[in-house]
Design a protein around this ligand. Structure first.
Ligand code: HEM
Length: 452
C-alpha cells in the first residue's frame, strides 16, 4: 500500500494558478516533475526561486557555504510576531551568538538529564489515551501535540502540562496556529517590514503567549537568585554566557528563544509522532515488531533508548515520508551560479525535504513505507546524502538528538500499550506550520493484550 501523497500539479501552469494553489496548499501546488528534477526554476511577479533537490546543491547551501545562503526573511515573516528575532529567524553574527549560548544545553550529557521528563510525559500520554482506547475513531494529532507539549514544558520549566500557566501557553499556541497561515502573503510581496500583513488574531495570540512566557521567566529569575531553581533547559540558557563576550541573553531575547523552543520543539515532534502512528496502523507487521521490542526493552532508564532499534527505524522512516518541516527557504546572499544557471543576489532557494526524501532518482521505492530500508545499501547511501528531516550543517536543528530520543521512546510506549488500526478516511498531508493532515489523522485504539 502506498501511504497518502497529495496530488501534484501536472506539467506547467500559469503563475497565477500556482500562487492561488500555493496559498491553499503548498504541497499540491508543486509540479510532479519535482520528484525527478535536480533543480527547478520558478519566476513569478514578485519572486524568483529555485527548488534545489540535487544533493550536491543541498550540501553546498547547508554544509559548505551556509553563511552565503542566509535564511530567507520571506519565510520568517509569518513567525516574527511570536518568535521576534530568535535563533530560528536571525542570520549572521546575531544567529552565531545565539547558537553559542544554546548549543551547550543540547550536548550529549545534557540529553541524558532530559530522559526522566520525556519518560514521565510518555507515561502521562498513555494514561490520557486510556479512556479513548475503546475502538472508536479518534483524531490522534491533538493527542500527540499534547504529549509533545508536555515533554517540552517538563524539559524547559520542569512543569507538567497540567500546570496552570503551561496549560494556558499550550491553549494559546493552538489558537495561534489556527490564526497563522504558514505563508504570509505579505511576505511574498516586496513590502517594507512594518507593512507586513499579520491578522489581529495572530498578533493578539502572540502577545498573550509572550506575556505568559515572561511570567515564567520572571519567576525563574527569582528562583535562580534564591538558589532554588531546577537545573532544566530554561535555567541552562538563562545562566550560560556567550563564551566569546561573557554576556548572557537579555530578558527580551530569552522570551524569543523560549517561544522558539516551545514551537520548534513540540509542533515538529507532534507531527512526526502522529504520522508514525498512522503508518504503523496500516502495517500490522511492523506494529507487532515495535510492540515486541518495547515489551523486552522499555524501562525508565536512559540506556533503553539505544536498544529501541525498530522504533527508531520506524520513526526515521516516518520522517522520510512525512518530514515535519517539509520545506525551508534560503536566499542567495550574493550573485551565484547554481548548476550553470544564474542565481542573482536575493534569489530564493527552496530546500524541500518532502521532494528530496521521495526523489525517484535517489531512493529505491521512494513512496513505500519500509523501515527496513535503513539496512540496505541504497538506504544507507541516501541517509547521508538525501535525508534532511533536521536540515544539515551549522544551522541544523539543535534539538535533533533530543527528538531522536523522544520520538522512538514515545512511539514504543504508545504501541506497547495500544493496538492501533487506521480510521475510515486516510489522512491528507498538508503543509501548515509543520506537516499535518487536512482533517486530522484518524485512528482506532484498543488496549494491547500483552500490556506493559
Ligand atoms: C522531530 C522533531 C524535530 C524536527 C523534525 C525538527 C526539524 C528542524 C529543522 C528542519 C530545522 C531547520 C529549519 C530551517 O532551516 O528552516 C530546525 C531548526 C530548529 N529546531 Fe528543530 N526539529 C525537531 C525538534 C526540535 C526540538 C525538540 C527542539 C528544541 C527543544 C528544536 C529546536 C530547533 C531550533 C532552536 C531550531 C533553529 C536552529 C537554527 O536556525 O540555528 N527542534 N528543526
Amino acid at each position: 500500500m502506498i501511504p497518502p501523497k497529495p496530488p501534484s500539479r501536472q506539467g506547467k501552469g500559469s503563475v497565477w494558478r500556482f500562487l492561488r494553489d500555493f496559498r491553499r496548499d503548498i504541497l499540491s501546488a508543486q509540479s510532479d516533475r519535482l520528484y525527478r528534477a535536480w533543480m527547478a526554476e520558478f519566476r513569478g511577479p514578485f519572486i524568483h526561486s529555485f527548488v534545489c533537490n540535487d544533493p550536491e546543491l543541498v550540501d553546498l547551501i547547508l554544509r559548505k557555504r551556509p553563511m552565503d545562503f542566509p535564511k530567507s526573511p520571506r519565510m520568517a515573516a509569518g513567525l516574527e510576531p511570536l518568535l521576534g528575532n530568535s535563533v530560528f529567524i536571525s542570520n549572521g553574527e546575531t544567529w552565531r551568538r545565539q547558537r553559542r549560548i544554546i548549543d551547550p544545553a543540547f550536548e550529549g550529557g545534557r540529553l541524558r538529564e532530559s530522559f526522566p521528563a520525556i519518560w514521565e510525559a510518555a507515561m502521562a500520554g498513555v494514561a490520557r489515551l486510556a479512556p479513548l482506547a475503546d475502538g472508536s475513531e479518534i483524531d490522534v494529532e491533538p493527542q500527540t501535540s499534547h504529549i509533545a507539549a508536555d515533554v517540552i514544558f517538563r524539559t524547559l520549566f520542569s512543569l507538567p502540562i497540567e500546570d496552570d500557566t503551561a496549560a494556558r501557553v499550550f491553549a494559546a499556541f493552538g489558537e495561534h496556529q489556527d490564526a497563522q497561515p504558514m505563508v504570509n502573503l505579505g511576505a511574498l510581496l516586496p513590502l517594507p517590514r512594518w507593512l507586513r500583513l499579520h491578522s489581529r488574531k495572530t498578533r493578539r495570540t502572540a502577545t498573550r503567549i509572550r506575556g505568559l512566557i515572561r511570567t515564567l521567566l520572571t519567576e525563574r529569575r527569582k528562583a535562580l537568585a534564591e538558589g532554588t531553581a531546577p537545573d532544566d533547559l530554561a535555567s541552562k540558557i538563562m545562566r550560560t554566557p556567550d563564551p566569546q563576550t561573557g554576556q548572557t541573553f537579555s530578558d527580551a531575547e530569552l522570551i524569543d528563544e523560549v517561544a522558539t523552543f516551545f514551537l520548534a520543539g513540540h509542533e515538529t515532534s507532534a507531527s512526526a509522532l502522529a504520522w508514525a502512528l498512522y503508518l504503523l496502523s496500516t502495517c500490522p507487521e511492523w506494529q507487532e515488531r515495535v510492540a515486541r521490542e518495547a515489551q523486552s526493552e522499555l524501562r525508565p532508564e536512559f540506556a533503553c533508548v539505544r536498544r529501541l532499534e525498530t522504533a527508531r527505524a520506524v520513526f526515521r522512516e516516518a520522517m522520510r515520508l512525512y518530514p515535519p518541516v517539509a520545506m525551508t527557504v534560503r536566499q542567495c546572499g550574493k550573485n551565484e551560479t547554481l548548476r550553470d544557471r544564474r542565481a542573482p543576489k536575493g534569489t530564493q532557494l527552496v530546500l524541500s525535504p518532502w521532494h528530496i526524501h521521495r526523489h525517484e532518482r535517489l531512493w529505491d521505492n521512494p513512496d513505500i513505507f519500509d523501515p527496513g530500508r535503513w539496512e540496505t545499501e541504497n538506504g544507507k547511501a541516501c541517509a547521508s546524502t538525501a535525508y534532511i528531516p533536521f536540515s544539515a550543517g551549522s544551522r541544523a536543528c539543535p534539538g535533533a538528538g533530543f527528538a531522536m530520543i523522544e520520538g522512538p521512546l514515545i512511539l514504543a510506549t504508545i504501541i506497547s500499550a495500544y493496538q492501533i488500526e487506521p480510521g475510515i478516511k486516510p489522512p491528507e498531508p498538508i503543509m501548515r506550520l509543520t506537516l499535518r493532515s487536512r482533517s486530522g489523522i484518524r485512528l482506532r485504539l484498543r488496549p494491547r493484550k500483552m500490556g506493559i
